[in-house]
Design a protein around this ligand. Sequence first.
Ligand code: PLP
Length: 394
Amino acid sequence: MQFNSNFNDIAENYLFAEVAKRAAEYSKNHPDKKVLKLGIGDVTLPLVPEVINALHAGVEDMSKAETFKGYGPYEGYGFLRESILDYYKSCGVELALDEIFVSDGAKSDLGNILDIFSKDNTVLVPDPVYPVYVDTNLMAGRKIIFANANGANGFLPMPDYKVNADIIYICSPNNPTGAAYTKAQLKEWVEYANKKNAVILYDAAYECFIEDENLARSVYQIEGAKTCAIEFCSFSKIAGFTGTRCGYTIVPKTLEKDGFSANKMWLRRQATKFNGVPYIVQKGAAAVFTEQGRKEINQNIAYYKNNAKIIAECMDELGIWYTGGKNSPYIWLKCPNNMKSWEFFDFLLNNAQVVGTPGAGFGSNGEGYFRLTAFGSEAVTREAVARIKSVLKK
Ligand code: PLP
């Protein structure tokens, strides 16, 4: 027996562990000080009543022989896929029902999708970005190249025709930078992918935060995307399903090459390795799309957006450069006084008792930057912002 030695290539996952360790140490040494956390990307508001009611109804269904559900369809129940189809229609995107696959969250499918691609593909990943793209490919032994995201390009790298990539990751709005591609910018990526015979793995986990009309909510709003892109989305951020677990993946039937169909391969893959998302959870997820459900989740999204605005206004006032804050729950800021990411982390913790996430943990281009999230409570956000102002105001 031999273990997968590719695991040697993966960095220790120390970012959030180190953040938690430093915060815990500080609290232990300063029990009188209240530490405010704007670090993690998890939501804090509970599930909305419409979802809770649907979850209860799902439990009831499971209690009666007539409505009990055993194994469900690998690709998800029709009622939920219909709702997702209608949601896309409302964004001007026409999909077929069998292009929609329900999952237990975007993270799983972002990793699992690699099963349908050859190990020999070259992978292009933006730096900095959500670390899952890098680690899943390293585990499989694929070659990774990076697209430089930086202050100069507003953390939105554009295609470079000198670079030959086969699998391209795009996360928009981006975690951690909060930067989001316009439809015009995304069109350039779609053209590049089609010309290079590459696939775009498009992570739309934060699409619900988009408010500007010129930004894309779905890659399929761009002409030509259905021959080159797979889209991953999630109920985690739109409806607080981080613990409940549900998402979906769109695999167009027109994504084909050399006699292979991505859609057929993905269905085959799912039928082999996945037995579906719990019926009860899918009932809850479908409630997100009812009129009442939408009304309720929109209130939650507005709440987080207001937090983002509070943080962004603080940066404006302090004259600190940042991306995100609008169309995203993340504010990605340039550390003041040329501090490095961890230096600024310690500065904020020690002087303002505020915890954020050092940008260096998301890739080498993240050095010197810092991420704050809008997923906390409004009271905590306001207090954190007041403290940040008091320690940084000249
Ligand atoms: N994609 C991005 C960019 C994320 O930031 C996250 C979670 O933070 C996910 C995917 C994971 O989503 P899910 O909870 O659906 O697995």
